[in-house]
Design a protein around this ligand. Structure first.
Ligand SMILES: *[C@@H]1O[C@H](CO)[C@@H](O)[C@H](O)[C@H]1NC(C)=O
Ligand SMILES: *[C@@H]1O[C@H](CO)[C@@H](O)[C@H](O)[C@H]1NC(C)=O
Ligand SMILES: *[C@@H]1O[C@H](CO)[C@@H](O)[C@H](O)[C@H]1NC(C)=O
Ligand SMILES: *[C@@H]1O[C@H](CO)[C@@H](O)[C@H](O)[C@H]1NC(C)=O
Ligand SMILES: *[C@@H]1O[C@H](CO)[C@@H](O)[C@H](O)[C@H]1NC(C)=O
Ligand SMILES: *[C@@H]1O[C@H](CO)[C@@H](O)[C@H](O)[C@H]1NC(C)=O
Ligand SMILES: *[C@@H]1O[C@H](CO)[C@@H](O)[C@H](O)[C@H]1NC(C)=O
Length: 914
């Protein structure tokens, strides 16, 4: 009995043991599958590791690659996937990077090799096609690969995805690619491929995405493309394809995204495209396409979101259905010959907020409610007439039309003749025809054209007179308003004249010069949904974020919240960038205006930030000490900023005033080259003609000094602010360029006392203590201080013009080393005299000057125009400089002799506009 029981226990124990053993055995088998079991592959991985120079952080020694290495995946003890996308190499590996992947041949089960964004200079080895036959995914995007695509690639018949974009591949698209029948994705974009599109590609029946954009392909688009029935995305843009769009494209009924832009395509758009019912994005811009759009091109249940036909030669009317596609968010048909009127309403007044660009066409008639559905419109360069309804005033560019009460419109002549040619009557800008001419004779009669000319002349004459009167009236009103405003608010007035008058909605903006059009989605991705971690600062014209675009380009994105910031601010910045581009102005890379309440501008990223933040930077070492910019760099920055301002003041017509010159507006690239930023305040220089006209009208006149001293819309205001920046560079007290309180005024007075043309050593009292300068450099510092002092003259008319400041900063030693007693001789012999004079003239006049002033003023006129940066003739210079020029300095010479170097800063200008 007892025996029986013990046998039972033993049996039970045995059973348990058996179970346990089975369990651990299974586990071991599993582990063996996960671990790398092939010694050859193990060796091959280490071979690869060293030939590519990978870091042990990614691929550590002494551990199992399958379970621990980044980017390695295994199955059944073999490597199936190697992903080194974006890996960094070791320092040694970086020194001589090569396309050294020979050991890949030893992975017999490799399915995927992804080396995108990993530098592999060299060409794709021929043996890839012979040996890597198990491969399904080959991703060599942005690897800096060159050479031709080997024919043998066609042997990789199990490939489903082949990505070779963004390299320097040359030669033709190999026709052997047509053998890759499993291929789903073929991306050869952004290379240097030539030749035509091989028709063998069209046997790739399972292809869903074909991208050969941005190469140099020639020839036509073969009709065979129609057989790629699974294709969802076809991008052939930016090549040199010619002839017409094949009707067979219409067979691609899975197509979602079609981009044929920027080629040399011609002919008309085939009607057969209407079969593309799934199409979301249709981009045909920048070709030579012409003719009318077929009425049935966009069938009613269209899902199109983006239609771009810009810059072709389309003509005729726009099919009505185009205005009411429900999901549309970008319609750009600008720069064509489209004509007709806008429809009166759409089926979908409340459809998605969208962007409409129909600029530079021949649309006419009134603005209609169809514009309601668009959150941003560019209607410029058409012949629209009538008044601008409320809904068309927001985010609308209206210039160069025939609209009422909008600036920058076409002339009456242009409008009348456009409407006349079409047998329509023009509303004459809403003004009654003063001469009340009879409507064009119903029946043609002799001399009718003659009479028409007379009527036209009468109308024009009448309108001209009216316009002249209105102009005078406006001028008088404007002047009175400014004076009364000044009386109310003290000095600080009329400061921003451009803002007092409501800015016309018709700002003239040329979108093609504003960089790329970004989608909101792209910007979200670039900035991590505008993550606070990417916020650079809250600027007064918007929040600045840093971001990385898809291609890896770092950018700065300004988010402008229209609920807190005036629309005009960004519009005027856009207008500025559409007209001005200069190496000293921060480059605008693009914009995104698709959202109603938020607008975005995208700028190039400036690695060294702005001057206010980079004058001092934390030392890398532990002691936390501050390192400051050396003198050579400071001088370079001063010259760079002066070049930028000089360009705005002297080379732009009309001259532009920056109005926000301070350290934080001076951006610095990786080489500390200056790029001016903060451009929302820029406006045209308020020219001196007004003063002359007021004098003519004998209106009571405030003193020249008062009116110029308070206005920020004059170049001399920039000069004053620039003076503070210069002083900041000398003293290291950069923050003063951004403040204007009384403390700053006191500090300024004290500091200016230490700047004397007679005594170099005085300047050491205010010198930035962190600057180590020897005697030679001290002279340059002294010179910059003197220039700064001239800029800070309390009388705007006595501040030197920017081009002279530039000249002086470029030759600082001449500012201080010129023999002062022989200044008179200098001024009559060289152009140098004029800029020298403009620094010393205001506070160190000798009686000699008076004696020679006649001679001096004539030579100065010559000298002024010989400067490289003047770019303008002497006459224009005198109009814009408000007094630094020869004509007014002559007046000054004879009127006042003022040897006293110190002038208290009585009317220090307002600076902080926030
Ligand atoms: C592949 O493995 C074999 C056997 O270990 C070896 O002889 C050969 O050198 C390897 N090839 C490469 C390119 O690493
Ligand atoms: C290609 O894929 C098929 C199916 O997955 C497979 O049977 C075949 O062995 C693969 N060819 C090669 C060369 O690996
Ligand atoms: C691969 O392709 C090349 C050229 O297309 C051909 O000469 C070669 O025989 C092929 N190799 C294999 C292993 O199929
Ligand atoms: C193409 O796709 C179909 C359906 O997915 C599939 O059955 C067929 O095998 C694929 N053809 C090739 C050559 O891979
Ligand atoms: C529009 O048509 C006119 C005359 O028909 C032609 O001169 C002009 O070049 C065309 N413009 C565009 C953008 O095609
Ligand atoms: C829109 O309606 C107005 C009157 O309501 C009419 O004069 C005009 O011709 C219409 N425009 C179009 C394009 O139908
Ligand atoms: C848009 O219009 C449809 C009818 O056309 C209406 O049912 C819907 O509520 C509207 N949506 C909004 C957000 O106004």
């Amino acid at each position: 009995m007892v025996d029986q029981r013990s046998i039972g226990v033993v049996a039970l124990l045995y059973l348990l043991l058996l179970l346990l053993f089975e369990f651990t055995f299974e586990q071991q088998v599993q582990l063996q599958q996960q671990r790398l079991s092939s010694g050859i592959e193990f060796a091959a991985l280490f071979e690869l590791r060293s030939s590519l120079g990978l870091r042990s952080r990614d691929w550590p020694r002494k551990v199992d690659p399958c379970t621990t290495w980044n980017g390695i995946r295994c199955e059944n003890g073999s490597v199936t996937s190697i992903n080194i996308s974006g890996f960094r190499r070791t320092r040694v590996g970086r020194q001589n990077p090569q396309f050294a992947v020979d050991s890949l041949v030893n992975f017999t089960r490799l399915v995927s090799f992804n080396a995108s964004k990993f530098l592999l200079p060299g060409s794709i080895p021929e043996w890839f096609g012979q040996r890597l036959v198990t491969l399904q995914v080959l991703d060599l995007r942005s690897c800096n690969v060159s050479g031709v695509i080997p024919l043998s690639i066609g042997n990789l018949t199990n490939l489903t995805s082949l990505y070779l974009s963004d390299n320097r591949l040359t030669g033709q698209v190999p026709s052997t690619l047509g053998r890759l029948l499993s291929l789903l994705v073929l991306d050869l974009s952004k290379n240097l491929l030539t030749g035509s599109i091989p028709s063998s590609l069209f046997s790739l029946r399972n292809l869903t995405s074909l991208d050969i954009s941005s190469n140099s392909l020639t020839g036509s688009i073969p009709p065979g493309v129609g057989s790629l029935s699974m294709l969802q995305s076809l991008n052939l843009s930016s090549n040199r394809l010619s002839s017409s769009i094949p009707a067979q494209l219409g067979d691609l009924d899975s197509l979602v995204d079609l981009d044929l832009s920027s080629n040399g395509l011609s002919g008309s758009v085939p009607l057969d495209l209407r079969g593309l019912r799934n199409l979301r994005r249709m981009v045909f811009g920048n070709n030579g396409l012409r003719g009318a759009l077929p009425v049935g091109l966009f069938p009613a249940p269209s899902r199109l979101q983006v239609i771009v036909l810009r810059n072709n030669s389309f003509n005729g009317n726009v099919p009505a259905v185009l205005w009411s596609i429900p999901e549309l968010n970008l319609l750009d048909i600008s720069h064509n010959n489209f004509t007709g009127q806008l429809p009166n309403s759409t089926l979908n007044d409340n459809a998605t907020a969208a962007v409409l660009n129909i600029s530079q066409n021949k649309f006419y008639g009134g603005l209609t409610t169809v514009l309601r559905r668009f959150s941003s419109t560019d209607l410029s360069g058409n012949y629209f007439e009538g008044t601008v309804p409320d809904y068309a005033q927001v985010n609308a560019f209206l210039s160069t039309n025939c609209l009422q009460n909008v600036s920058n419109q076409r002339t009456l002549m242009q409008c009348v003749s456009f409407y006349d040619e079409r047998g329509l009557s023009f509303d004459n800008f809403g003004r009654p025809n003063s001469t009340e001419p009879p409507a064009p004779a119903p029946a043609p009669e002799r001399g009718s054209s003659n009479r028409r000319t007379i009527i036209l002349a009468a109308v024009l004459g009448g309108a001209g007179l009216v316009a002249l009167l209105i102009l005078l009236l406006l001028l008088v009103l404007c002047l009175c308003k400014r004076r009364s405003a000044r009386n109310h608010r003290g000095v600080d007035v009329g400061a921003v004249p451009a803002r007092e008058t409501p800015p016309s909605p018709g700002v003239e903006i040329n979108f093609s010069s504003l960089g790329d059009l970004f989608t909101y989605q792209q910007l979200l991705e670039a900035t991590g949904d505008f993550n606070d971690a990417n916020l650079i600062k809250h600027g007064h014209s918007g929040d600045l974020f840093r971001g990385i675009l898809e291609g890896g380009l770092p950018v700065v994105i300004k988010r402008i919240d229209l609920q807190s910031i005036k629309k005009e601010a960004y519009l005027s910045e856009l207008e500025f960038f559409s007209k001005v581009s200069h190496p000293r102005i921060v480059p605008l890379l693009g914009h995104c205006l698709e959202r109603e309440n938020e607008k975005f501008l995208v700028y190039k990223y400036m690695p060294n930030g702005d001057l206010s933040s980079s004058l001092y930077r934390k030392n890398n070492s532990e002691d936390d000490s501050l390192q400051s910019l050396d003198w050579i760099t400071r001088l370079k920055i001063a010259i760079g900023a002066a070049e930028g301002l000089s360009y705005l003041h002297h080379e732009c017509t009309p001259p532009l005033v920056h109005r926000d010159v301070q350290a934080s507006s001076i951006l610095l690239d990786d080489k500390f080259e200056v790029r001016l930023g903060s451009l929302t305040e820029v406006c045209a220089h308020e020219d001196g003609h007004q003063n002359r006209i007021t004098r003519l009208l004998r209106l009571p006149q405030s003193s020249e000094q008062g009116s110029l001293g308070s206005s920020t819309a004059i170049c001399a205001y920039d000069v004053y602010c620039f003076g503070k920046v210069l002083l900041g560079l000398v003293t290291g007290k950069m923050h003063i360029s951004a403040s204007s309180d009384t403390q700053m005024k006191e500090w300024l007075e004290q500091t200016l006392l230490c700047i004397s043309i007679y005594e170099k050593e005085l300047v050491t009292k205010i010198l930035d203590p962190s600057l180590l300068v020897d005697d030679d450099l001290l002279e340059e510092v002294w010179a910059m201080a003197i220039v700064a002092r001239s800029c800070l003259n309390s009388k705007p008319s006595r501040r030197p013009p920017m081009r002279y400041i530039l000249k002086a900063l470029e030759n600082p030693l001449r500012v201080v080393r010129e023999d002062t007693s022989s200044s008179a001789r200098l001024r009559t012999t060289s152009s140098r005299g004029s800029w020298n004079a403009s620094f010393f003239g205001s506070w160190r006049q000798s009686s000699l000057d008076v004696a020679v002033n006649t001679a001096a003023s004539t030579t100065r006129a010559e000298g002024g125009s010989s400067f490289k940066h003047s770019g303008t003739t002497g006459s224009q210079g005198s109009a814009q400089n408000g007094g630094g020029d020869h004509s007014s300095s002559r007046r000054r010479h004879s009127r006042e002799i003022c040897p006293e170097p110190h002038e208290p800063q009585q009317d220090i200008e307002r600076q902080d506009r926030d």
